[in-house]
Design a protein around this ligand. Structure first.
Ligand code: PLP
Length: 369
């Protein structure tokens, strides 16, 4: 690929295809696939990624908030979209654009039914979310009776799926806990199905659930991070490839004398003559300040260049004292070699946080086959 001339996020659709095929190879042929494309498809480009996944035969999309689904609809994507975290203020947009809400509380259920009735809907698809241990959003087992009663009184909505979310599917030390969540989910869905009199789709596995818990696949799985190239596990990462490569360039190189400093608040003070490269990427692009003072690094001509001093809004300075490089050379923040998982570990964070933080001012470039 050509060298970057400015800050870019390259999105490799071949890698996306391979990741999709790898993850779906773990499923029974009849298991449906929901691709999670919230937060700009984890910091990449939700429209580009979703269009590719449609080609690959994905069954469902999911976004966190309604406006993210509207972006897909505006791009003429017609696949069903589950909105994971709707609020009453979003109902109009959701129904208007044929999106399907997750219903997770009595308030949301009652308000959505009232809304659907007012809009003269029949059998509008909804997804009932149950809390099986994450304690974030969702109903609990004791709610089933009154939920079934409310549902039986209205023709306006129909339960298309019942789902839950695993709290620690990537952590095998918490296997007992996760198996408990899966069992609770199984019990809840059986009870609900017997009250409803029909069988909605059941789903509770995210990427690590797909990998570690075949018993959690049910009718559909929801994969996010795996599609983008991370398996939350060293072995699994070998089968996946990060789809995003974040690159920038060296804008200027300085020779910093002993005793001089670099950056705001004199965050780095040279103990010897230091060659410093200023890169055109900063915290406004998604490199948190916590990567400063040597915690984070970039790769220039295959060498590791640690960040000097504090991360600025639009720039970082890196140590290139021992690197053969010049102004205009490319610097790689993360990609398939230094991965976002490795880099984020330097500040005790996770790949998810680093990749979703890449700001919208960073140009996206799509690499096609
Ligand atoms: C974000 C999200 C997912 C995707 O999880 P990954 O670990 O990225 O695969 C699945 N389900 C729900 C409810 C989510 O919020």
């Amino acid at each position: 690929m050509p060298k970057a001339k400015e800050t870019l996020l390259e999105i490799d659709l071949n890698a996306l295809d391979d990741n999709y095929r790898y993850l779906t190879s773990k499923l029974k042929p009849e298991t449906k696939v929901l691709a999670v494309v919230k937060a700009f498809a984890y910091g990449s480009d939700s429209v580009v990624v979703a269009k590719e996944l449609v080609e690959l035969g994905v069954d469902y999309f999911s976004v966190a908030y309604a406006n993210e689904g509207t972006t897909l609809r505006n791009a003429k994507i017609e696949t069903p979209i589950l909105v994971l975290h709707p609020l009453p203020v979003n109902f109009e947009e959701i129904v208007d654009r044929c999106m399907e809400p997750s219903i997770y509380s009595r308030k949301i259920l009652e308000e959505f039914i009232a809304f659907a009735e007012e809009k003269k809907q029949t059998n509008y698809p909804i997804h009932l979310k149950f809390n099986t241990g994450l304690n974030r959003l969702g109903f609990v087992e004791e709610d089933i009776s009154w939920i079934a009663e409310i549902l039986s009184k209205s023709q306006s909505i129909k339960v298309k799926s019942v789902f839950s979310h695993l709290a620690a599917s990537e952590d095998l030390n918490l296997r007992e806990f996760t198996l408990g969540q899966i069992e609770t989910f199984r019990k809840i869905s059986e009870k609900l199905i017997s009250k409803l009199g029909y069988k909605p789709l059941l789903h509770c596995a995210n990427t690590s659930g797909i990998i570690n818990y075949p018993e959690a696949h049910f009718d559909m799985v929801r994969t996010g991070i795996g599609l983008y190239g991370f398996g939350n596990d060293k072995e699994e990462n070998k089968h996946l490839k990060p789809i995003g490569t974040l690159k920038t360039i060296i804008s200027q190189i300085h020779t910093v004398q002993k005793g001089e400093s670099v950056g705001y608040n004199r965050g780095f003070i040279a103990e010897k003559i230091t060659r410093s490269a200023t890169l055109s990427i900063g915290h406004a692009d998604g490199i948190p300040r916590s990567y400063g003072k040597g915690k984070g690094w970039v790769t220039i001509n295959d060498e590791k260049a640690p960040i000097l001093g504090n991360v600025c809004m639009d720039m970082i300075m890196v140590d290139v004292t021992n690197i053969n490089c010049e102004e205009g050379d490319e610097a790689i923040i993360f990609g398939p070699s230094t991965t976002a998982e490795e880099l984020s570990a330097a500040i005790n964070s996770i790949s998810y946080e680093l990749i979703t933080a890449i700001s919208q001012r960073v140009k996206r470039v799509v690499l096609r086959k």
